[in-house]
Design a protein around this ligand. Structure first.
Ligand code: ADP
Length: 571
């Protein structure tokens, strides 16, 4: 569960970090398009206004160089391309840059077309204006009969002079009234020249043709200027500027949204990190607990190991000693038996000798008193009895050093406990109540005799511990399922308890706190060995003044002797 939460938490942190990094990168690289667009449009507007002014100056004759009116076209086209590039991909929901650009483009094309026509018209006017004085001079010369000087006093010369001046002023300020005057003057000149001579009439026609061109082109120029001022390039630029401002506003909104998202993400990240820290703390706490449990288990295992090696060493020693003692013991016992047999023979011989002597000399019949022989026999019997006790002790010690499992079978532990409690009943019944707290454990494969011996030993010890207590004691026999393949048996008493400094020694062979003759100190060490050979463990916990609990853990299936030996060899 904790592991899954940790994975989820790390996943969330990773996702949040990625999102945050992306958002920050987006914030760091701002979209400069709107600002650039606005700057280019302002520039364009300025160029466009100057251009219009140039064209007007040209038309008014204030600008002598008509090429200059074409110059802004290239610059404007370049700006247009820049703006087109900047506006590319605009998906602003509020502005419509592409359609505004298209509108500007068509206005611009119209303006270029008009400017081209103005240029052409200006070029024709300037051409005719240049030729006008030449044609006038030719006509003067013709009227003067070849002289180069104009006839200042003739009416036709006056008319010619006026008409040239009027046309010149029409070029600067064209108006209908002046045009009417010029038209009349031209008709009068054509007529006067026709009356003078055919050559003069021809020269007058040339001059009048130039004048007519100037007048026509000038009228066209006025119309083109009107058309030019009607072209909405400035409005189109204004519209583009509005769209760019909308784009900029969208951009600002987008950036503020990004900033809000960064804030939310950071907040969530802090929450996720706090959660991770909490999980980590919980995890470490659990690890620490597991660690302490493992340490405890390790310590228990070590003490079991020490205990078992102690017992093993002791077992070997006992086996050696018993073997060594056995031979002289058998010898001494045989000698005692021999002496006893010979004493019996001696006594029989003595009885018959005494009978014979009594018949011959009754006074010597009391040579060996009867009670002395009887005493000797008694001493021999006592000696033999002592030797039997030593033999029994040696058999017990031998059994300890070589605890065969006995017959292994599937046994009911609760029944075995009941059996042991029944045998110990006479020890327990006056001092304690027996409580059976059985957990319906399954049958296990073990030696019934040996386990009963263990239970009996533990119950007897419990009875001894409760014997001198002021209150009636309580003996609890408990069984539980420990794990899938282990069972637990507990024998708990409310006796004297075991002091902490004594507790580690109780499983040692020959350790006893009981008076001489009352305890051998072998009971618990034999229990330990039996449980160990069954592949289980036995331990005790105790509180002085409150009581002691012995806990046995056994596998469902006891190990075979060979398995156990192999295990010991491997250890
Ligand atoms: P013995 O009973 O012959 O002394 P054991 O090996 O059976 O030998 O016990 C060793 C010692 O452990 C006892 O002398 C006693 O001090 C202690 N002991 C064993 N069982 C209990 C118990 N239930 N309550 C208190 N002390 C106990």
């Amino acid at each position: 569960m904790i592991v899954r939460s940790r994975i989820v938490c790390i996943g969330i942190i990773a996702v949040l970090l990625t999102v945050l990094a992306t958002l920050l990168a987006m914030l760091r690289a701002p979209d400069t398009r709107p600002a650039e667009l606005l700057a280019s449009l302002a520039e364009m507007k300025q160029i466009d206004a100057l251009w219009s002014a140039d064209v007007l100056s040209l038309e008014l004759g204030l600008n002598p160089n008509y090429d200059s009116v074409a110059a802004p076209v290239g610059t404007l086209a370049e700006r247009y391309r820049t703006i087109e590039k900047l506006a590319d991909g605009d998906s602003s929901p509020t502005g419509d840059l592409p359609s505004s650009l298209a509108a500007y483009r068509s206005a611009m094309d119209a303006k270029i077309r008009i400017v081209e026509r103005i240029k052409a018209q200006y070029s024709i006017i300037s051409n005719s204006s240049r030729l006008l004085p030449i044609a006038a001079a030719d006509l003067f010369a013709e009227l003067e009969g070849g002289a180069d000087r104009p006839p200042s006093n003739s009416p036709i010369a006056d008319l010619l002079t006026r008409i040239v001046i009027d046309v010149a002023s029409y070029i600067v300020t064209p108006n209908e009234q002046l045009q009417q005057v010029i038209d009349d003057q031209m008709a009068a000149l054509r007529e006067a020249a026709g009356r003078t001579s055919p050559e003069a009439a021809a020269k007058a026609d040339t001059l009048l043709a130039h004048m007519a061109v100037i007048l026509r082109q000038k009228q066209l120029g006025t119309k083109l200027i009107v058309d030019l001022t009607a072209v909405p390039t400035a409005q189109a630029i204004d519209r583009l500027q509005r769209d760019a401002q909308v784009l900029e506003a969208d951009q600002n909104r987008y950036r503020s949204l990004l900033r809000d998202l960064v804030l939310v993400c950071s907040f969530l990240l802090v929450l996720a990190i706090t959660w991770a820290a909490y999980l980590l703390r919980r995890h470490y706490k659990r690890l620490n607990q597991d660690n302490s449990a493992l340490q405890q288990a390790n310590e228990d295992a070590q003490s079991q190991l020490i205990q078992s090696s102690k017992l093993s060493a002791m077992g070997q020693m006992v086996a050696g000693i018993t073997h060594e003692i056995n031979t002289p013991l058998a010898y001494v016992k045989a000698v005692f038996c021999l002496i006893r047999d010979q004493m019996a023979e001696m006594q029989a011989g003595r009885t018959s000798v005494l009978g014979a002597v009594a018949e011959l000399r009754p006074a010597t019949a009391d040579g060996l008193p009867d009670d002395q022989l009887g005493e000797l026999n008694m001493l021999i019997d006592e000696g033999l009895h002592g030797l039997d006790e030593i033999t029994n002790l040696i058999i017990t010690m031998k059994n300890f050093s070589r605890l065969d499992k006995g017959r292994l079978e599937y046994i009911d532990i609760e029944e075995a406990l009941d059996g042991a409690a029944l045998i110990a009943r006479s020890e327990v019944k006056y001092i304690a109540d027996t409580v059976k707290d059985y957990g319906k454990i399954p049958k296990i494969h073990a030696s019934s005799t040996q386990l009963k011996q263990v239970f009996l030993n533990l119950i007897n010890n419990a009875a001894h511990a409760m014997a001198d207590q002021p209150k009636r004691g309580k003996l609890t026999l408990r069984t539980r399922v420990e794990t899938e393949d282990m069972i637990r048996i507990e024998i708990e008493d409310s006796g004297t308890g075991i002091p902490a400094d004594v507790l580690p020694k109780i499983f040692d062979p020959f350790f006893t706190t009981k008076d001489v003759g009352k305890g051998t100190g072998m009971g618990l060490s034999i229990c330990y060995r039996i449980i160990q050979t069954h592949g289980g463990t036995i331990s005790a916990r105790s509180q002085p003044g409150i009581g002691t609990t012995f806990t046995i853990i056994l596998p469902h299936r006891a190990k075979t002797e060979s398995e156990h030996r192999l295990e010991q060899a491997a250890a």
